[in-house]
Design a binder for this molecule. Structure first.
Ligand code: GRF
Length: 213
């Protein structure tokens, strides 16, 4: 069975959704850049190996990323899953995991890269918001998109209610993307575009608001 390593920085609800989904994959380790990441306890309680590579202990991004890559490679994962991992990764790190490094971002990319996506979506008055799972490339929150889920922005929404609606969909699409990848239904093509083989297309790239209710 293929194995994955999940990187977190905090709460870890996406990691939890991945652990609780029935996926044909072994979760080899959960690694955090913060000792106080809440998700570490959840993983350890379930017998999953955990590790911390504390970014504050490194003078440069390169030094941190080298140590992080070493910590990941100890588990020989076929996929590295960023799940609320709040560090910008160097191009050197991203290159090492080309085609097997994925991230989830709480917006319909390429809109709203970076932080505070829900506040910015509300400020802009968009009617559709959502989340995206994508292969990681050196640009922040850029890279070929594997799956997106859209949710409606409702008249009474605030950032918290909108974030909660998006997060419910994150917990649906991230396990789905991982299962596609480990089953070989999705891959990163040489052209830099996502290749879908068979069933992945049936899963729908965009989940419409109506389908979710
Ligand atoms: C999620 O909204 C994810 O999309 C973003 O950071 C948040 C992490 O939440 N990158 P959690 O730690 O998975 O609960």
């Amino acid at each position: 069975m293929k194995s994955i390593v999940i990187l977190i920085s905090g709460r870890g609800s996406n990691m939890q959704a991945i652990v609780e989904a029935t996926l044909p994959v072994r979760i080899a380790a959960v690694i955090s850049n913060r000792t106080d990441a809440q998700g570490l306890r959840y993983a350890a309680d379930r017998g999953i190996a955990t590790a911390v590579v504390d970014h504050t202990m490194f003078a440069t991004r390169d030094a941190f990323d080298t140590e992080l890559a070493g910590a990941i490679n100890r588990y020989h994962p076929s996929l590295v899953v960023l799940a609320g991992f709040m560090r910008v990764l160097t191009p050197g790190f991203v290159d090492k995991f080309h085609g097997r490094l994925i991230n989830i971002h709480p917006s319909l990319l390429p809109a709203f890269t970076g932080l505070h996506t829900h506040e910015r979506a509300l400020e802009c008055g968009v009617q559709l918001h959502g989340c995206s799972v994508h292969f990681v490339t050196p640009g922040l929150d850029h890279g070929p998109i594997i799956i997106q889920a859209a949710v409606p922005v409702l008249p009474d929404d605030n950032a918290a209610t909108l974030a909660a609606r998006v997060l419910r969909q994150e917990h649906v699409v991230y396990p789905r993307a991982i299962s596609w990848l480990v089953e070989g239904k999705v891959s990163l093509g040489a052209s830099g575009r996502v290749n879908y083989h068979g069933a992945a297309m049936d899963g729908g790239i965009l989940i419409s608001p109506r389908e979710q209710e």
